[in-house]
Design a protein around this ligand. Sequence first.
Ligand code: HAS
Length: 557
Amino acid sequence: MKISKPLRNVILFELFFPITLLTLGIYHGLMQTIYRSGLVHSAAEAHLDYYQGLTLHGVINAIVLTTFFAVAFGHAIMAYYLKKEPDIRFARISLIFMVVGTLMAAYAMLSGKASVLYTFYPPLRADPTFYLGAVFLIVGSWIAFWGWIILYRTWRKEHKTDKIPMAVLGNIANFTVWQICTLSVAVEVLVFILPWSMGWTNTINVALCRTLFWFFGHALVYFWLLPSYIMFYTFLPKLAGGKLYSGNAGRFSFMLFIILSIPVGVHHQFGEPGITSGTKLFQTILTFGITLPSFITAFTMAATLEYAGRKRGSKGLFGWMAKLPYLDTKNYMFGYLICGLILFIFGGLTGMVNASYSLNSMVHNTSWVPGHFHMTVAGPVYLAIIGMTLYLTSKLSGKPVRFPNLNIMVPYLWCIGILIFSYGLMSGGLLGEPRRTNLGLTYLNPASSQYRPDWIPSTAFALIGGIIMTLSALCYFITFFGTVFSKRKEEPILEFPDSELLHNEPTIGILNRFAPWVIMMIIVLLLAYIPAIMNISQYIGPGAQPFSPNNPVPMTF
Ligand code: HAS
């Protein structure tokens, strides 16, 4: 379909801007593996402090890239499937907020005033511009969502009994969760952190802030994931050469994410002394619940891919795996999505280890955890984002993808890199290797009394993986910027590889309405969070003064 120039420009900018910043995010990822492998024994080899680099890495890759993409992709989906464009005023105001917020946070991080990592746990204190920047970015994404709600309601009035298009359902489910979970981080920032960061209050309740953060923080990971799930359910079957095995399974998965994405945040706080073990056990059970939509997706995708493989002439039980179009340069999105799916098998299984209350105490705060999350957020999420960014950029600007042979290698190199990298991190984690630590200063510095030579192999694996990932990213940047700066050759259009259903499926009423799922979400949320907040208020410790990551003495204003 044709798309108006103003909306096209908004989407193209929302794709281009974060990919440009990603060059910095990827660079600091490589520097992490270098610091951690003990190749350098300083805190600022990259001319930026270690925690400054780690903050840039996490914030750009996990917050800025994902939020901009979710909004850009959301605009494209809503326009394409509802056959009407969102109000351009909402799209523009949202973009302005997001760009201003990102620039504020970037200023704070680059000037060394916000080395607090993407979780910004107090008592680490950043400059107020960092927190305000985060608020602007989030509010910007809300504004885009409000525009879509108006569009969706208009569509609903005109199509009272129609099935909600699956991609639209996934997108609204995702932003509904986002709208609710971000309220807690807004309270954390506006009520507690900002006054403390500005020096208006002397101390802060760290346990309460962490709890408010994780109310948002785990739902955040599904906010990252759901655009990939939209692509798996709506595009992958066609890209594979088949049909979607079950559309209602996909709809049910998205609705389950509405209920369960937020109430599981305390599983990041199993080590939190102020929360009782009963509350934590309940959150373990809920966390196993949130694996259900992913298991449904795993089986639906396996059946879908098997059907596609058999249609392509495969034989035997597993022959379909060999028949899929892995290296078709024209169908490159298949490679980006299948590599993400393969990585997510391991990302999901390691998540279930984390979720098990007792096993968590083995792995918490060790390098096992980044091993897990690089196979999730840097797996299906990152690959779907960069693949779709290239796809949409090419379609919306009418510029065919440059260097197709380089492009097709990107997801496979990345997948191999991540598997080696995460193996290194996880095996090291099981030996006690800490996360968020410049190991080169101490544990991997032979001159240090804390030297741990048994961590050399695991960090070497992580370094090798990191180098392969960086090579993949370089191939991507060459392809992406090569495409962006090439000449227009075709008419710009908005088009998706839309899949058909394998079976003729009935419309199930409850899967065609959001309200019952939002009500169930609120009930489960209250059950999960009232005890957690009560625990925190009962076992409240003394307030904390502000700290910087490099100094054990409180900061002075
Ligand atoms: Fe997680 C920590 C538990 C999913 C991201 N997670 C993190 C952190 C991040 C993160 C960033 O319970 C660190 C936060 C920090 O900085 O402290 N996580 C889970 C569980 C899941 C899970 C149970 N996480 C994700 C996703 C993420 C993400 C998704 C990003 C997008 N995670 C935890 C816990 C912690 C944690 C604890 C705290 C750890 C600690 O102590 O600090 C589940 O949602 C996973 C369910 C997934 C599955 C897999 C389904 C598989 C599929 C692929 C099928 C493949 C096919 C292909 C069909 C059940 C869908 C076949 C084809 C062929 C050709 C072979």
